[in-house]
Design a protein. Structure first.
Length: 377
């Protein structure tokens, strides 16, 4: 049974594996020091969850903020890519050390995992990540994950740990994700507005929900705002994973949020298979195809993408790539594993099945993107 309430995050029969993401604004103070006592409280909550039978994976921000202060870089180390990478390389050592020390106080072993967007976009590496998580958790270890900012560039990085947390939850087959942040949930307008109201529950992220988001990171230390958290919620909900945004500022924030039932819970929408969840979470693409309204309707009825419904081809993709499927207005309709190279799709687009063999010079495949390898957005 999927998570339906905040209290379900504390029920080991419902939530057997949990991902906790901690933002920079909570973990690092203005002088660039780790908030050790606050973090010790989080570690105590992790220990409590483990004692209850819930396995925990941590996604921890903070390395750039820590390193930037040590190196005396302005703008939190984010003035340039080189400064961000240098800050991360310095800060990551201290961040890992603090996590290892505090977890050891509760007789827990920490493991560090530094990952990039490319690690999740590659199917082979994604499966390796999943296997590593399984082995660590089976050994009773607490994996502490961060983006590998020392090597990630703008083209191959998540850019925020919210979406990283959602992808980690997919890879480790978690039941829930809790984003600890410096706000207590999603509001229907900016939280500073006098009439702003917090949403206790969101049953599917829609365009209307996205319109409520504030794109900024209020602390100036992190890289994610509410928009990033909604994108993370979309990744999670498609994989059957519940996600909650919770105020992390108090001591023992998880226990407080559960007791007071405060925060915003995003309910899981559907549970994809492992491969389909991976496809749905993809963020980078070598190309896209645009399809007509008839094809969009067919996809909603669980059909495949056929050549006849394609009106446009963009990019330089090859067979086996994951590409986007767009409608005529340019909106993303689906993602899927394409069965042809871009040149072949361009040659057969708009054509009926009986016309394809003479054009291709060989027997056509059953679809350009088969429904078994397609995920609707």
């Amino acid at each position: 049974m999927p998570i339906q309430t905040l209290l379900d995050f504390r029920d080991p029969e419902i939530c057997t594996r949990l991902v906790i993401k901690i933002g920079s604004a909570l973990l690092v103070d203005n002088s660039g020091q780790v908030e050790v006592e606050w973090l010790r409280g989080i570690v105590n909550e992790i220990w409590t969850a483990r004692e209850m039978g819930i396995e925990v994976v941590v996604v921890s921000s903070g390395s750039i903020a820590i390193g930037a202060k040590k190196l005396e870089f302005e703008k939190g180390g984010r003035r340039s890519l080189a400064e961000a990478q240098a800050s991360a390389s310095v800060g990551q050592i201290e961040l890992a050390s603090v996590w290892s020390r505090l977890l050891a106080e509760r007789q827990l072993v920490a493991a560090q995992m530094l990952l990039t967007l490319d690690d999740f976009e590659s199917r082979k590496r994604y499966l390796n990540i999943s296997a590593t998580f399984r082995r660590l958790l089976r050994s009773g270890v607490v994996p502490v994950v961060n983006e590998n900012d020392t090597i990630a560039t703008g083209e191959i990085r998540f850019g925020d740990n919210d979406r990283l947390a959602a992808r980690v939850a997919q890879a480790c087959n978690a039941d829930g994700v809790i984003l600890l942040t410096d706000v207590d949930g999603l509001y229907d307008r900016h939280p500073s507005h006098p009439d702003a109201e917090r949403l206790n529950e969101v049953d599917g992220v829609t365009d209307e929900i996205h319109a409520m988001a504030d794109t900024g990171s209020g602390s100036g230390l992190g890289s994610g705002g509410m928009t990033a958290k909604l994108l993370a919620a979309e990744i999670a909900e498609r994989a059957g994973i519940a996600l909650a945004i919770v105020d992390g500022r108090p001591e023992m924030p998880l226990a407080r949020a559960m007791a007071a039932q405060t925060g915003t819970l995003f309910l899981p929408q559907r549970e994809e298979s492992g491969k389909r969840a991976w496809i749905g979470g993809r963020m980078r693409f070598n190309g896209s195809i645009t399809v007509d309204d008839g094809c969009v309707s067919a996809l909603r009825d669980s059909k495949s993408v056929l050549a006849a419904g394609i009106t446009k081809v963009d990019g330089d993709f090859v067979r086996g790539d994951i590409i986007q499927v767009l409608d005529v207005a340019g909106r993303e309709v689906a993602k899927g594993l394409v069965e042809y190279d871009a040149d072949d799709v361009e040659a057969i687009m708009g054509r009926q099945s009986a016309e394809l063999e003479p054009i291709l010079g060989h027997s056509p495949r059953s679809a350009v993107i088969h429904r078994d390898h397609l995920v609707l957005m």
